[in-house]
Design a protein around this ligand. Structure first.
Ligand code: SAM
Length: 301
């Protein structure tokens, strides 16, 4: 049996297979690219279970690394598109995924890749795939938030579910409710478009190399429509950002300084929206932010 055949049958997510692959391809994990490889097969199985994909699903994976999650997704899903930014990992991936005929491996940056085109091509080539793809990833932590916002703020990207391993603290912020210490602009950005559920947490020891903090898998289930309908979505998010921008200031002060509006207009908008001026941004619900943004639009013209 050739080394290639032998590799393709083994689970990649074990300490020995990972180390062997890294040695054979002289790979050193790059901190700058957030490379923390999963070396615990049960964690891979749990991510795939959380994704709940089947043979009709198209799955987009960001950062396949050495292919551990990709291999399991290939078994569970209809087709997998894997985007890896690090050219030096491509030969190792070609080896580890040699038996995975339904994986399309692309050397690409997930932040700039033309995702609508890549996905449209996959659907054209396999029209039997279920509409609404899933993105599943052990995300590189250095770009978790911008990557997530790429999915959340690009409504024409037809994702149905996002299943991401992220820093635990970030997963908690995504599902936080008003009034809790973790609630902020990220909670609102996520919950505007999706229902968030923290599926499970893992300690640093399941990765090679070990990160400093615990991680968690968050599942974001896309809502049929955003949960509120502000008249101006951009203004709605600008009001949220302004509200949380200067947490120590009162709401009227931070809104008027960040949005550059006269204080009287902000106070009038707060009154019309039924939000007391002494409230802090972290106590406002999504619906209250939407009402406030609509009143600011009315009053400021
Ligand atoms: N999926 C593998 C695993 O779970 O073992 C690796 C996960 S590792 C946390 C993150 C991966 O994302 C690395 O392979 C890294 O090179 C890749 N990556 C980092 N930035 C990226 C980007 N902008 N686009 C695509 N891949 C990226």
């Amino acid at each position: 049996m050739s080394q290639r055949d032998n590799m393709s049958e083994k689970k990649i997510a074990t300490p020995s297979v990972t180390r062997n692959l890294m040695q054979a391809h002289t790979i050193r994990a790059k901190k700058s690219l957030g490379q923390n490889f999963i070396i615990e097969p049960q964690v891979i199985d749990n991510i795939v279970t959380a994704a709940g994909c089947d043979k009709q699903d198209l799955v987009l994976e960001i950062g396949p690394g050495l292919g551990s999650l990709t291999q399991a997704l290939s078994n569970a899903a209809g087709q997998v598109i894997a985007l890896e930014i690090d050219q030096s990992l491509i030969p190792a991936l070609e080896q580890s995924l040699a038996a995975c005929a339904n994986v399309r491996l692309l050397h690409a940056d997930a932040m700039t890749a033309d995702l609508p085109r890549i996905l449209a091509e996959a659907y054209q080539a396999s029209p039997n795939l279920r509409p609404g793809f899933m993105a599943v990833a052990n995300l590189p932590y250095y770009i978790t938030t911008p990557l997530l916002l790429r999915f959340l703020q690009q409504p024409d990207l037809p994702w149905r579910r996002l299943v991401f391993m992220v820093q635990k603290e970030l997963a908690e912020r995504m599902q936080a409710e008003p009034g809790s210490k973790d609630y902020g602009a990220l909670s609102l950005a996520v919950q505007y478009r999706a229902k968030a559920r923290l599926a499970f947490s893992v300690p640093p020891s399941v990765f090679l190399p070990r990160p400093k903090v615990a991680s968690a898998v968050i599942v974001l289930e896309r809502l049929a429509a955003p949960c509120v309908q502000p008249a101006d979505e951009n203004l709605f998010f600008a009001v949220i950002r302004a509200g949380f921008n200067q947490r120590r200031k009162t709401l009227p002060n931070s809104l008027s300084s960040v949005l550059q509006l006269p204080k009287e207009q902000v106070n009038a908008a707060l009154a019309a929206a039924g939000v007391a001026p002494e409230r802090r941004a972290e106590t406002l619900t999504m619906a209250e932010f939407a009402r406030l943004a609509d009143e600011i639009k009315n009053i400021s013209g």
